[in-house]
Design a protein around this ligand. Structure first.
Ligand code: 8OZ
Length: 378
């Protein structure tokens, strides 16, 4: 009794758990267990989502056993936005039809699904792009790194810097793709502004060497992000628009910004008035070391004020604590969802997890994709 009293006196915040429902913007979720965006390279010709992909997402869709929210694999907004073999797009009628089968399969199981909208910028290869064009970026300097193309791994190609008068056209492609997302039946979109891709290529002063209004100081480097988010929110509403940021990741040769706290603080102050469904933050190095660089994520959260989703190497204990302590509203799991279609149930029951096989992460068929077993029925 005394314990209960002490607890209720400590805070007026109602205690939530990882398994409680939450409304994020305009989207109602049955739990805070989120399936993180995961590139799997299994789309069909024309970069069209297929039945195998529908099966994979449907296996993870029931919020009682799977995810409260599925974020799709990164999906290019245009042919120039592609950087790897067989990633799906969302710019053609065939792609809308393919995605519609997936959203219907997820909704039939009571799930919720948003599409992650992606432009890779300079992380691409001429063989993947229309007419063998060079990739486009904020800069003409090439990234050091590899991508995956028809013949295997290859160095990324040298990009050309977008002309100032071309940028509005790329913003428009984000807007169009967001409209197609609703046509395809998605509950919303997540704009991919992380992991060294196009938007981050504008944000970081280690990459962006522009001398126009989209480079230079923090106001200039956040302009592209802001215009994209205003366009997408204007088209489908802030309550159906989320965003993913990775303030200190070194992924894809994204060198550290000279002042990430100020850069991302300003970015979030531009985002806060848009009334986004959520902000999704990769803490540390994507898929790696969480403490790679000091960063005050809680300060970003205070500026944002809306639903806060965390990601990167969360164990069950870390995730339970993050939500129970109020440090986060939602937790996104990546690799654990590859190997455990019923990850939600396993977290609830503290059941052992299947181990993902990294040889089948990218490309291939059903093996290592739709054949991971669920727990036997109770
Ligand atoms: C792994 C392989 C290819 C792309 C990301 C979309 O890091 C990706 C990605 C991950 O955000």
């Amino acid at each position: 009794m005394q314990n209960l009293l002490q607890r209720s006196m400590k805070s007026t915040r109602p205690m939530s758990t990882l398994f409680d429902p939450i409304r994020v913007g305009d989207i109602d979720l049955a739990s805070r267990v989120v399936m993180a965006p995961l590139t799997r390279n299994r789309a069909s010709a024309g970069r069209v989502p297929n039945e195998l992909m529908a099966r994979y997402y449907a296996q993870r869709a029931d919020p009682a056993t799977g995810a409260g929210l599925i974020i799709t694999e990164a999906t290019q907004i245009s042919p120039m936005g592609q950087g790897y073999l067989d990633t799906p797009g969302l710019y053609s009628p065939e792609q809308v039809a393919g995605w519609r089968r997936i959203t219907q399969a997820v909704h039939a199981r009571g799930g919720r699904i948003v599409v992650q909208l992606w432009h890779v910028g300079r992380i691409s290869h001429v063989s993947l792009l229309p007419d063998g064009q060079a990739p486009v970026s904020s800069t003409a300097r090439a990234a050091r790194g590899k991508t995956y193309i028809a013949g295997g791994f290859a160095d990324v190609s040298a990009p050309r810097a977008l002309r100032t008068d071309e940028i509005a056209g790329v913003v428009e492609q984000y807007r169009q793709s967001a409209l197609l997302a609703l046509e395809a039946g998605f509950d919303g979109v997540e704009v991919h502004a992380a992991n060294g891709y196009l938007i981050e290529q504008f944000l970081r002063d280690s990459i962006n060497d522009r001398t126009d209004g989209y480079g230079g100081d923090i106001a200039g480097r956040t302009r592209f992000l802001h215009e994209v988010m205003q366009a997408v929110c204007g088209a489908i509403g802030g309550g159906r628009t989320g965003i993913r940021l990775s303030p200190v990741t070194p992924a894809n040769d994204a060198g550290p910004d000279s002042d990430p706290q100020a850069l991302y603080g300003h970015a979030v102050s531009l985002l806060a008035p848009l009334g986004l469904s959520y902000l999704h933050v990769v803490e540390g190095a994507t898929g790696g070391q969480r403490d790679i660089a000091p960063f005050d994520y809680a300060a970003l959260r205070r500026r944002f004020g809306g639903p806060w989703m965390v990601n990167n190497g969360y164990t069950r204990a870390m995730a339970l604590d993050a939500v129970a302590s109020g440090a986060a509203d939602l937790v996104a799991f990546g690799k654990p969802f590859i190997a455990n279609p019923d990850l939600g149930r396993r977290l609830r029951e503290d059941a052992p997890l299947n181990v993902p096989d990294n040889k089948t992460f990218y490309g291939g068929g059903a093996a290592g994709y739709t054949d991971y077993p669920a727990l036997a029925a109770a």
